[in-house]
Design a protein around this ligand. Structure first.
Ligand code: GTR
Length: 417
């Protein structure tokens, strides 16, 4: 019986994935919901109208219908710092692990944040904060970093056995976290294994931070992406207590599913001064209504735990969504936002990622800020930015690379240095 069910699930996934459209000419015509017309039909023309009314309406729709809201719950938060010996940094930077512990009567959840800061700074360090897929120990070759204990996504790489990290996994994702570059440019880096916040499998929300609640999420309450975003805010809570860091200069960054989380974190928590989405695709920067590459149905089928239950109503019914992803990007305004795509990453719909960013422009305009001038997606490896909206499509596949980071740092420099 169990096997028959498994075969059925695999067959459904296979048929959904092979049925995906990659042909622009086959995208059905669609109309996007109005960004600047409020729920009662009035046009928003001022910053006050946006900030006091429309922004909250849009945030609530995303919360109720897509990512799920975080229920009110009480918890205690403590921080415990442990220095990590890192002679390779030659005194130019410090490496630490910050244990962010969240606890209440239901239990305790520990988020281990790896924090690397340039040495001898005067309390003004800007920081890039991002979740990682495969454990802090994979982001860096340093042998003293604690190996992630929680469930690791995928199991196909050397260094991982049964979704758990081993010694051999050290540094295996270091190309995604170019530490030398980040430090050399005067930034700190903070990263947490996403599985510390919520392990990425459909566990009925028994694990991770969900376990701190008395009951499991109902239809409009948080899935895994919202939990990850909430965890990013807990890292931000910590930054506000560390006087080496400038909490007004924290950029939240994420790749792929973790880019969906960085966008949702940036939308909810305006303490993040800059937001970066790297190849976040469906449920991230890409417009859902384009239905090209990954669709709402495909994502909800393969990852039923990522969004709230309400989002499943829109499987194959994208036109009924009361929002689309350009409205998510607009929630970042007036803060700078960068969206990046990769040419071969058609599953994430590079063109749809660019369109969302472009279509968020009217809100930046309300704030009197410069906006992207050209509505055409830029050529491959030709980054564009208005100062507040940045974009590039990199040659190559679904990944986050040194090239991507070069662009993010250049963009962040305009605001933080
Ligand atoms: C894929 C998923 C994408 C993206 C990606 C990733 O399987 O379909 O939405 O999140 O995983 O996170 O690497």
């Amino acid at each position: 019986m169990k096997n028959a069910l498994l075969i059925l699930v695999i067959m459904t996934m296979h048929s959904i994935m092979s049925a995906q459209n990659y042909d622009e000419s086959k995208i059905p015509p669609f109309t996007l919901p109005e960004l600047l017309v409020n729920n009662s039909g009035h046009r928003i023309t001022t910053v006050e109208g946006w900030e006091n009314q429309r922004r909250g309406e849009i945030l609530k729709i995303f919360s109720d219908q897509m990512y799920g809201k975080v229920p009110d719950f009480e918890y205690e938060i403590t921080y415990d710092l442990r220095p990590v010996e890192a002679p390779e940094l030659a005194g130019k930077a410090t490496m630490e692990e910050v244990m962010i512990s969240l606890s209440n009567a239901n239990g305790k959840v520990d988020l281990t944040m790896l924090l690397i800061l340039p040495a001898n700074t005067q309390g003004n360090v800007p920081v890039f904060l991002g979740l990682n897929f495969r454990g802090n120990q994979a982001t860096n070759t340093n042998p003293n970093i604690t190996i992630a204990k929680n469930y690791i996504i995928g199991d196909d790489r050397p260094g991982y056995i049964d979704h758990r990290a081993t010694e051999e996994s050290r540094g295996t994702a270091a190309s995604r976290w170019p530490l030398e570059l980040i430090l050399e440019k005067g930034y700190g880096l903070a990263t947490i294994h996403c599985g510390d916040i919520d392990p990425d499998f459909d566990d009925g929300f028994e694990n991770g931070v969900h376990a701190l609640l008395d009951s499991r999420p109902v239809a409009d309450e948080w899935g895994t992406i919202a939990a990850w975003a909430w965890g990013l805010s807990r890292a931000m809570d910590y930054f506000e207590t560390d006087d080496r860091i400038d909490p007004n200069k924290v950029a939240v960054i994420g790749h792929s599913r973790l880019g969906k989380a960085s966008l949702w974190a940036g939308a909810n928590d305006q303490r993040f001064a800059l937001v970066i989405s790297n190849d976040s695709g469906c449920g991230g920067a890409a417009l859902s209504r384009r239905r090209i590459g990954e669709t709402v149905e495909a994502i909800n089928t393969r990852f039923p735990h990522w969004f709230c239950r309400n989002f499943h109503q829109y499987n194959d019914r994208e036109d009924e969504l009361p929002i689309d992803q350009h409205m998510l990007i607009a929630l970042m305004a007036p803060r700078p936002v960068y969206v990046a795509s990769a040419q071969e990453d058609q599953w994430a719909d590079p063109k749809g990622e660019f369109r969302s960013l472009y279509l968020a422009s009217p809100v930046y305009q309300l704030f009197g800020l410069p906006v992207l001038q050209n509505q055409q997606q830029p050529e491959v490896d030709k980054p564009v930015d208005s100062g507040f909206q940045g974009y590039h499509v990199r040659s190559g596949g679904h990944d986050i690379t040194r090239y991507d980071w070069d662009q993010y740092i250049k963009f962040a420099d305009k605001h933080f240095q």
